[in-house]
Every structure is written in C-alpha cells, then in structure tokens.
Design a protein around this ligand. Structure first.
Ligand SMILES: Nc1ncnc2c1ncn2[C@@H]1O[C@H](COP(=O)(O)OP(=O)(O)OP(=O)(O)O)[C@@H](O)[C@H]1O
Ligand SMILES: [Mg+2]
Length: 252
C-alpha cells in the first residue's frame, strides 16, 4: 500500500519514538510493518529488547539477492512487544551495506497489502538516503519548533516535497507556533508541504513507551500517545486516499 518515510534534519527530535507510537496505533484492518533505515543505526532493537541481528535488514538483504519475496520479508521481521512487525537495522557496516543494496520501492511493490513505515533517521541529501526517500509516497519530517531546525526545514522543503507531499510533525514547545510553521512551509513550497500535527513534549510518556511495565498504559493514556493519535489518523487517511498528484514538477 503506502511507503511512508519518517526522518529528521537536525538533532534527535523524536523520529523513532513517533514511528513506534504511530505503528502501535495503526488500525488493525491495515497490515503494517516498521522498517529501520537509519544509516547511523536504528534504536528499536535495544529500546524494545529485540534481537539486534537475527533477523535484521542485513539478513533480509542477504536472502533477497535473487529477488524480494514477501515470505522472506515477514520471516525477517520481529515484533515490537504486543505490537506491529518490525525489521530492525541496528547500524554498523552490515546495516550500511544493506541500506546501499536495499530497493525500498521494489519492497513496497512486493508488499502490496502492507503499509511500510520507514525510520530513515537523518534525511541526508546524499545516497543512499536520497534514494530511499525518492521512493516515498509521503515524507514525514520531525522537527522541534526552534529557529535552527526550522531554518533548515524551510531550506530543504522545496527539494523534499518535489515528488511527494512533505508532512511536518512539530514536537515539543518552542518559540514558533505550528500555524506559523505551516504558513511558512506552504508558502515556500506552493502547498506541497504543511504541518500535519503538533506532538507534545512528554519525556515520561516517551520513556514509558519503551518500558515493558508501562507501555500499555502509556499507549492509552500518555500525553505523547494522545497527541500522536491525530498524526496516525491523518496518515492513515492519506495512505487510504493515496498520494495526491502534485501539480508542479521540481527536481529533488
Ligand atoms: N515527544 C517527546 N517528548 C519528550 N521526549 C521525547 C519525545 N519524543 C522522543 N523523546 C525522547 O527524546 C530522545 C530521542 O528520541 P528518539 O530516539 O525517538 O529520537 P530520534 O529523532 O529518533 O533520534 P536519533 O536521530 O538519535 O535516532 C529519547 O530519549 C526519547 O525518549
Ligand atoms: Mg531514531
């Protein structure tokens, strides 16, 4: 179904936390998998107590040498505790090599009834990251509402939204309200990028999501989960409708 790439431009604004929370909230009637593709190393395995290597993106790429198979993909996935499937990629040389080889567009076409939520880490303009988000139906960029982050967002927004919508999720408090960021993004990109939602800063909620004893309650009650809910609902809506045809062709 859809390929949604999540990433950041600066610092660690909460991409992995957002992807995990969205994946837990994804509706049961849609098949979903989280895939780690952070060149600096994914953190889901250590954070959620999963096996970092067996299986992983690297082992999946190794068995996919002669073509992608849906069965091999699901065999390579683990599960977030009590939650969705995840293909982990904890970093290091083997993850780097796997990311070089992985064709995410082909994976999306192979998994026709699955929404793929990719944690891409930092959205670098260079390969292989650029190749990954070229394939996306939607890019979700996570930002803190602070000057340095927003300046970078406005600088990259035109290129990142050239071929598909760029959706910003603003995390935590800062000097700039979501409405202002939304207007600036729309103006810069001709309505190809906008603020999807604002997620509250909630350190306890973010930590509780990763802890076995408190996860269920955090997913039901935390400020984090409550403010991530509109992100999930809007993304599901966009994924159901499919990416809109963008009117202006700009090279990325
Ligand atoms: N909404 C939030 N409110 C408060 N703290 C948060 C929030 N989201 C994430 N955090 C905390 O911020 C830290 C970084 O979060 P996370 O790992 O999700 O960010 P990231 O952008 O994926 O970072 P990296 O680039 O290192 O992968 C973690 O300690 C996490 O618990
Ligand atoms: Mg991360």
């Amino acid at each position: 179904m859809s390929l949604v790439v999540f990433g950041s431009l600066k610092e660690a604004p909460g991409v992995t936390t957002l992807v995990a929370c969205v994946a837990y909230q994804w509706p049961r009637h849609r098949r979903v998998a989280v895939v780690e593709a952070d060149a600096d190393g994914g953190s889901l395995a250590p954070r959620f107590g999963l096996n970092p290597e067996r299986p992983s993106l690297a082992s999946f790429v190794a068995v996919s040498r002669h073509g992608l198979s849906e069965g091999e993909f699901w065999s390579a996935c683990q599960r977030l505790p009590g939650g969705p499937a995840v293909l982990v990629a904890p970093g290091g040389a083997s993850t780097g090599a796997a990311l070089e080889q992985m064709d995410f567009g082909a994976l999306d076409r192979c998994l026709r009834d699955t929404d793929l939520l990719i944690d891409a880490g930092r959205l670098r303009a260079a390969e292989p990251q650029a190749r990954l988000y070229e394939e996306a139906d939607f890019i979700v960029v996570v930002v803190r509402p602070q000057f340095e982050s927003l300046a970078l967002l406005l600088d990259r927004a035109e290129a990142l939204s050239a071929r598909r919508p760029l959706l910003a999720v603003v995390v935590g408090d800062g000097t700039y309200p979501g409405g202002e960021i939304d207007s600036a993004l729309r103006q810069t990109t001709g309505d190809r990028a906008w603020v999807l939602a604002t997620v509250s800063g909630d350190t306890r909620g973010a930590a509780a999501l990763a802890a076995d004893g408190s996860r269920e309650r955090a997913l039901r009650r935390s400020l984090l989960a409550r403010t991530v809910r509109p992100v999930t609902d809007l993304l599901v809506h966009l994924c159901s409708a499919g990416p809109p045809a963008l009117s202006r062709a700009v090279s990325a």
